[in-house]
Design a binder for this molecule. Structure first.
Ligand code: HEC
Ligand code: HEC
Ligand code: HEC
Ligand code: HEC
Ligand code: HEC
Ligand code: HEC
Ligand code: HEC
Ligand code: HEC
Ligand code: HEC
Length: 417
């Protein structure tokens, strides 16, 4: 005997096929259908949706008789099912979207309903609490678009606002003891700025860290894996470091003990001064290591800044600095890597990189000095050249003046005009 779930799914599948394929009454409803005549606003919203695009009509979801121009089109006799209430929405969408044979034809996955049930939203829904998100809160009900359509409410750059509609609602969040500033904080974070302002799709939206259908706050032990989707090397360094033991003891939560979760700011060596002191008293081995790393990184930063400024002055003066630029870039790469490597908490390892920065910056300074020296020589030579030129021109002019005075006839010569 088939379990009731798959029987249900089969019925949904068959009725869907019927709706799509049979000539009547479920034949694709043209703009002339009675539903569209009376519900023109909804019909307009619906016209562009993913469902309309593949030939689904009002009747596919609501039933009824699209040929009947009277309100009796919406009678039970015509199979009319009405609009689902909020409690009924997940299984309503799931009837088709959790139906594997049906969704396979469209290359769509079928895990949304299952994932949803495991989420904090789905658990609230299962308790009969309809304030948490159901499918239509994130997708809409009629203007549903594929996730990769820029107009979709679940398009990556639109996701934070879609979640923020509820998670920024003071009254709603207070009822669950949740913060209402999640969206605000995210929007100001490095990630929010990168995604929403910079349109950098590599930066995470809410769903990258929480999942979309399975939305849960990550447990403390998983946070490294969440951030590690994109910052793999740093997770590895952390797990190799002395802090791995602190994570196991629950004294430190991976990544977020230092960076926070929503309010993540751009990284800066000054963090080594403020952050570490929160847990490590002055004079401790850890505080010494952190002080040393700060000295090394900020020293390398100074060397780099000076070299960069020198190159900048040359460029401003109109000189070609392509070769110097490549040295600078090399130094910059090493400098950036120090911020990654310091997660190991070993100053010696950081030093390998800062030495490389200082060397590359030193090389730039030497070349800049050489270029300055060359310029000075060139200026002297140019001065000498001009001097010689002026003297020669002067001599030529005197010579010409003398020659012309010799040739000019005196006024007494041939004055017979
Ligand atoms: C003669 C006009 C008319 C026709 C034809 C018609 N409707 Fe309606 N429909 C209405 C009115 C009026 C209401 C009640 C007000 C409202 O909810 O908009 C309504 C309500 C609805 C509702 C909400 C019912 C609920 O449970 O709250 C749905 C869904 C609906 N119609 C779908 C359809 C579909 C599908 C068709 C075509 C098979 C259709 N209608 C044909 C006028 C019409
Ligand atoms: C993919 C399934 C689906 C299709 C197709 C669909 N609807 Fe709906 N409709 C819903 C859901 C879900 C709700 C309830 C959620 C809500 O109120 O927004 C709803 C609600 C409604 C309502 C009552 C609420 C309201 O907004 O007034 C009307 C009327 C309605 N639909 C008409 C239509 C018409 C007309 C069409 C065809 C142009 C259509 N629907 C196509 C899923 C669908
Ligand atoms: C009668 C079956 C049926 C129902 C009910 C239904 N859908 Fe769909 N849905 C489909 C089919 C089939 C597609 C594939 C369309 C395509 O590939 O263009 C689809 C496409 C989608 C897509 C776009 C997927 C993509 O990336 O291309 C979303 C999002 C979606 N549905 C959400 C919903 C939601 C939310 C509900 C409930 C309000 C719902 N659907 C109800 C059949 C259904
Ligand atoms: C909390 C918000 C939220 C809820 C609730 C939600 N979705 Fe989604 N859904 C998303 C986001 C975000 C995406 C796009 C990213 C992704 O594919 O995970 C998406 C994508 C989809 C897709 C396209 C999948 C694909 O791979 O192309 C379908 C279909 C879908 N959802 C159906 C549903 C159904 C059915 C439900 C209810 C059982 C539901 N969603 C509930 C946020 C939500
Ligand atoms: C319709 C409103 C609504 C929308 C839209 C919504 N949520 Fe929620 N969310 C809630 C409510 C209400 C709760 C509290 C549920 C509970 O605790 O029972 C919640 C809980 C959560 C939790 C668990 C928080 C905790 O610590 O318990 C996470 C994580 C979450 N939502 C993420 C998201 C993400 C990500 C999105 C967008 C993809 C989203 N939500 C969209 C209403 C919403
Ligand atoms: C870079 C990853 C990341 C992004 C992006 C992100 N979150 Fe979170 N979020 C987390 C982590 C990690 C936690 C758990 C913090 C903890 O356990 O202390 C969390 C916790 C939450 C909570 C529980 C309350 C809290 O603050 O502890 C909610 C609700 C939530 N996030 C919603 C959202 C919403 C909505 C968005 C988008 C506007 C979002 N998150 C973006 C990582 C992220
Ligand atoms: C003990 C505190 C601490 C922990 C734990 C920590 N970080 Fe950092 N992180 C820092 C400090 C301090 C900097 C800034 C170093 C600098 O700019 O010189 C930094 C810099 C960064 C940077 C910028 C550097 C780069 O390579 O892009 C990223 C990204 C980063 N951390 C991500 C993470 C992730 C992901 C985790 C978890 C695996 C993590 N951090 C754990 C303290 C920490
Ligand atoms: C989906 C990929 C993704 C996830 C997941 C992610 N990040 Fe990021 N993160 C990025 C990108 C991309 C940037 C660079 C943004 C920019 O252009 O400034 C970034 C930047 C950062 C920075 C600033 C680096 C700097 O150079 O100043 C820190 C710190 C950071 N992330 C920490 C975290 C932490 C902690 C987590 C987990 C809670 C996390 N990230 C999760 C992609 C991700
Ligand atoms: C949330 C608290 C916390 C913060 C913030 C923190 N640490 Fe730690 N750290 C610990 C704990 C707990 C240990 C002890 C690990 C163990 O059990 O051995 C530790 C151990 C260390 C050790 C090894 C000490 C030893 O005696 O071997 C070093 C080095 C260290 N931390 C450096 C840092 C640096 C650098 C920073 C700032 C970037 C920092 N820590 C920030 C909690 C923290």
């Amino acid at each position: 005997m088939a379990p009731p779930r798959s029987a249900h799914a089969l019925v949904a599948f068959m009725s869907f096929l019927l709706l799509i394929l049979s000539p009547s009454p479920g034949a694709p409803v043209s703009d002339q259908s009675s539903c569209v005549q009376c519900h023109s606003k909804i019909a307009h919203e619906y016209a562009d949706s993913a469902h309309a695009d593949m030939g689904m009509t009002c009747v596919s979801c609501h039933g009824g008789d699209p040929m009947n121009m009277e309100a009796t089109a919406m009678s039970h006799g015509a199979g009319f099912r009405g609009a689902p209430s909020r409690e009924r929405i997940p299984p309503f969408c799931g009837d088709c979207h959790a139906n594997r044979p049906l969704m396979k034809q469209y290359g769509l996955p079928t895990h949304q309903l299952e994932d949803y049930k495991s989420s904090e939203h789905g658990r609230a829904w299962a308790r009969g609490d309809t304030h948490a998100a159901v499918c239509t809160d994130c997708h809409g009900s009629h203007a549903i678009l594929p996730a990769d359509d820029t107009r979709s409410s679940v398009y990556e750059t639109n996701v934070p606002a879609t979640c923020g509609r509820c998670h920024g609602d003071e009254e709603l969040t207070a009822r669950y003891g949740l913060p209402a500033d999640v969206f605000e904080k995210y929007r100001e974070s490095v990630h929010g700025v990168a995604l929403l302002v910079g349109e950098n799709k590599a930066a995470p939206s809410c769903a990258s860290c929480h999942g979309s259908h399975g939305a849960l706050p990550p447990a403390a032990v998983e946070i490294g894996n969440v951030c590690g989707q994109c910052h793999r090397s740093i997770v590895e360094r952390l797990r190799e470091s002395a802090h791995a033991a602190a994570v196991r003891d629950g004294a430190l939560t991976e990544c977020i003990s230092c960076h926070g979760h929503h309010v993540i700011r751009p990284a800066d060596p000054s963090m080594l001064q403020e952050l570490c002191a929160k847990c490590h008293p002055p004079g401790s081995r850890a505080a010494q290591e952190s002080g040393r790393m700060y000295e090394l990184i900020s020293g390398a930063q100074r060397d780099f800044d000076e070299a960069e400024a020198a190159v900048h002055r040359l460029r401003e003066a109109g000189y070609t600095v392509a070769e110097l630029q490549s040295h600078l870039e090399e130094a910059h790469t090493k400098l950036v890597q120090t911020a990654d490597i310091q997660h190991l908490l070993v100053a010696e390892r950081v030093e390998r990189y800062t030495i490389a920065v200082t060397e590359a910056a030193g090389e730039v300074e030497i070349q800049v000095a050489r270029m300055h020296a060359e310029l000075r020589t060139r200026k002297v030579l140019l001065g000498v050249f001009w001097l010689v030129l002026v003297v020669m021109v002067g001599m030529l002019l005197t010579k010409r003046a003398r020659a012309s005075s010799e040739l000019t006839p005196s006024p007494t010569d041939g004055g017979g005009r």
